[in-house]
Design a protein around this ligand. Structure first.
Ligand SMILES: NC(=O)c1ccc[n+]([C@@H]2O[C@H](COP(=O)([O-])OP(=O)(O)OC[C@H]3O[C@@H](n4cnc5c(N)ncnc54)[C@H](O)[C@@H]3O)[C@@H](O)[C@H]2O)c1
Length: 443
């Protein structure tokens, strides 16, 4: 038995009995593509492409044992038929209307799901234009202070659970990117945060109120946007106290996904990189929000840190210390949700001879994000049943800026993240982790 196996040998994961409620702040492109996809898969109209929980096999034991179950056969995950959806938005459109406006899925795929999608009507949001400058919310709650707003969200959560006879809940933030906020005094402890909500402090953003309400109700919370939300010490403290798992930030799709696939490969071959220029055009509501410099700054911080950590310029100054990294996002309405991302990578090899790599990714952002939402729902629920609490680093695989323990650096390399995720699942199932050492040719 390995040390890790020994440490977790007494974990007993409760079977996922009954219904699992999925709470989504934000009923936009990502949320509606996720919900419609789950509905289509349930009816046998689509396959869950891109989802590890639904499609990925996992090797167990030695290679000569030929044990490769599906992940969903190895660990007890909720079935798709047991998922129930609720959302908040600042617009009153139901999930069908919102999906049509988002323009991700074609009419031919939405029509068969129309009635079911129309049943999902958003709850009024907690919103302030101070945090998303490009949007004007009309369908919003009214309260005296931020503490009261947070209490109203708690009430929404309890009502959804009671009305639908749900057993467990998970919340995934898929609302617009908020302006950049620096972690400050009011985020430092649970007590300071609670006081700041009552004082209507400007450093408390709506996404934080959703996260706080989720934790207070014992609901696992994952943040798909780059804004801080739960990534502050006050939330870590509260989540530990309430035994609630936390994850985030910013779904790893599109250009950053490509970056975290390519950069580890170039580094593995000890090839130098002089410059990496990334530019995007996109025309959906997310693109419009990111047209505001303050919201873009939040996204930029999230996108820039990736290369620095993967390439370790402090260890390899001759290869990466002078790397010039630039990221641009341009709002271009005709593209709608179909983003185009260009990367120009100036690399150098033997005797510093220069070479160039060009990537032109005609990407569909929400098509890449939807399976991430599904996996997070199922894995966050698994984490809660396994008794995991606080930051869930093993889910870093899904994020551009993974939340990490304050004394550690985040891991961005997609392949290390995948190994961490799979080894966590192996340990949860009482199996030995796989190191790929293979010294006796079989291990
Ligand atoms: N699409 C992707 O692949 C991807 C990848 C990484 C991160 N993200 C992030 O996920 C989020 C959602 O992306 P999207 O493409 O669905 O955007 P979207 O603009 O289509 O949807 C966001 C929705 O959130 C609503 N909203 C804004 N503030 C709210 C609040 N306080 N409470 C409730 N609802 C609120 C908006 O009205 C909108 O309907 C964005 O922050 C985006 O940056 C998306």
């Amino acid at each position: 038995m390995s040390t890790e196996q020994e440490k977790y040998k007494d974990i007993r994961i409760e079977k996922p009995q009954g219904k699992l409620g999925v709470l989504l702040p934000g009923l936009g492109a990502v949320s509606t593509t996720f919900i419609a996809g789950v509905m289509a898969i349930r009816r046998g109209l689509a396959q869950p492409t891109g989802s590890l929980t639904q499609m990925n096999h996992i090797r167990l034991g030695r290679r000569d044992e030929n044990r490769n179950p599906l992940i969903k056969e190895l660990v007890p995950l909720s079935g798709l038929d047991d998922l129930y959806f609720a959302a908040w938005d600042i617009f009153e459109d139901n999930a069908y209307e919102a999906a049509v406006k988002a323009g991700v899925l074609e009419d031919i795929h939405l029509q068969p799901l129309k009635e079911e999608l129309e049943q999902i009507k958003p709850m009024p949001a907690v919103f302030s234009k101070d945090y998303v400058k490009k949007l004007d919310g009309t369908y919003v709650k009214k309260a005296a202070d931020k503490y009261e707003y947070m209490q109203m969200l708690r009430e929404d959560i309890r009502n959804f659970k009671e009305k639908n006879g749900l057993d467990r809940l998970v919340m995934i933030w898929a609302a617009s990117t908020e302006v950049y906020i620096k972690p400050g005094e009011v985020h430092r402890s649970k007590a300071a945060f609670e006081q700041a909500m009552k004082d209507n402090h400007p450093d408390i953003a709506p996404s934080m109120l959703y996260a706080w309400a989720a934790i207070a109700e014992g609901v696992p919370y994952a943040n798909g946007s780059p804004n801080l939300s739960a990534d502050i010490p006050a939330m870590y403290e509260f989540a530990e106290e309430m035994n609630v798992p936390l994850a985030g930030k910013d779904f790893k799709t599109g250009q950053t996904l490509m970056k975290t696939i390519l950069a580890p490969g170039l580094k593995a071959r000890m090839l130098g990189i002089e410059g990496w220029f990334s530019t995007n055009i996109l025309g959906n509501r997310d693109g419009e929000v990111l047209d505001d410099p303050d919201s873009f700054k939040t996204k930029e911080e999230s996108k820039l840190s990736v290369l620095e950590q993967i390439l370790q310029p402090d260890l390899y100054p001759n290869l990466y210390a002078d790397l010039y990294h630039k990221v641009r996002i341009n709002y271009y309405p005709p593209r709608r949700d179909n983003k185009e991302g260009w990367d120009n990578i100036d690399i150098f090899g033997w005797m510093n001879y220069p070479m160039q790599i060009k990537v032109d990714f005609l990407c569909r952002d929400s098509i890449l994000a939807a399976p991430i939402v599904l996996d997070l729902v199922l894995f966050m629920d698994l984490a809660a049943r396994a008794g995991f609490k606080g930051i869930q680093e093993w889910l870093s695989f899904y994020f551009k800026s993974p939340i990490h323990a304050p004394n550690l650096y985040p891991e961005h390399d997609l392949f290390i993240q995948l190994m961490k995720l799979k080894n966590t699942l192996r340990i949860l199932a009482g199996e030995k982790e796989i190191t790929h050492l293979g010294l006796d040719y079989y291990i």
